[in-house]
Design a protein around this ligand. Sequence first.
Ligand code: A3P
Ligand code: MG
Ligand code: MG
Length: 366
Amino acid sequence: MSAKFSIQPIGRFAGGSQPVRRPKEFACFSYDDNHEFHLDDSSLKYYYTPQLGADLSKGFDTFQKQDDSGDDHLDSLLKTIIAHEKETGKKIDANLVTWRGMMTKIMGAPFERFDGFEMNATLYQGCLFIEENNQYKMASKAKEGQGKPRRGPPLEVMQFWGYKFETLSTLPAPWSDTSREFIENRENEIVNNKAQYCSVVRTGVGKTILCLGGEVDAIWDSKPAEKGSPINWVELKTSVEIRNQGDMEAFHRKLMKYWIQSFLLGVPKIMVGFRTRDGILVDVKEIETQKIPETVGSQPNPKWNADMCVNFAAVFLEWLTKSVNDEGVWRITRQPQSSTIDVFKVEETGHGNILSDEFKNWRIKL
Ligand code: A3P
Ligand code: MG
Ligand code: MG
């Protein structure tokens, strides 16, 4: 059993955007500094303006880096869904459950010619569950930085800059509960990317109702008392300072991922830390997520279009939920530079490791 979805010609996704739902958080979870799971918001961070002039490489030697070579499947997301279903006494109503990162890859596919992806999917109780294929992820990582020789700092250091910027721009508690000493000494904090706050939202693209889990970097103020109200999330990004037209075009291209990523979880604001080529923080700019499509669209030769991303995702997801119509484990792949997304069965029965026993046992009882 196999099927192909043609991404090209992308012209057919032009036109007004298909309906989208505003993402609403209905649950959350945290990983602590040891990457242990907690069903709460304990790792939520509060945005607080960083000091300019900081060296983003400082502290690389003491970086507490999460080993992401293991395969966690959808486990934490499913744990959080179980807890929510125990509370409400009923199943969530999504047609599709996955990590936000998977949806980002799908939505960007029409404009990302070079990026491939591989995911595993399984149908269970009428809902499609999609995980990243860990082997593919690890193989792509191993290829990173190979190929043509490059100038500048090592890739690991450049990757650290993003986490360092997060540490420089956030507080573990609201500003009013934080000492001045802590705020002024953030440059010396040990950078640890094992801790994460993850928001779990219900959202919709076209006819498909999605449950997505994804990390949010920080909050501007504090969570509203009422569940489902918009939350003033802040996404943090670093990018090289813009000095010429080429830099500007590259940045506008990057804005697609920023936009998709933030749009999917309902993150209204992105703080971009601009850095020099060697990692000195020189500027911080606030970008409103909802203004990105227009900003990019008003350029002379836009490289992507937000409505087309949404329309593509709407049509693709409808096709996908019809194609994966039977038991077993399915693979969803796009080879780099390929104009199709291929879907085929890799295991005839069962759900592979996509669904935890905990989740299946819970659902059998429910
Ligand atoms: P920047 O992208 O700001 O440089 P996120 O922005 O998604 O919150 O990720 C935080 C940081 O993790 C990134 O910072 C980058 O340093 C690192 N990172 C995220 N995705 C990555 C990937 N696919 N490969 C390498 N590093 C990544
Ligand atoms: Mg993040
Ligand atoms: Mg970020």
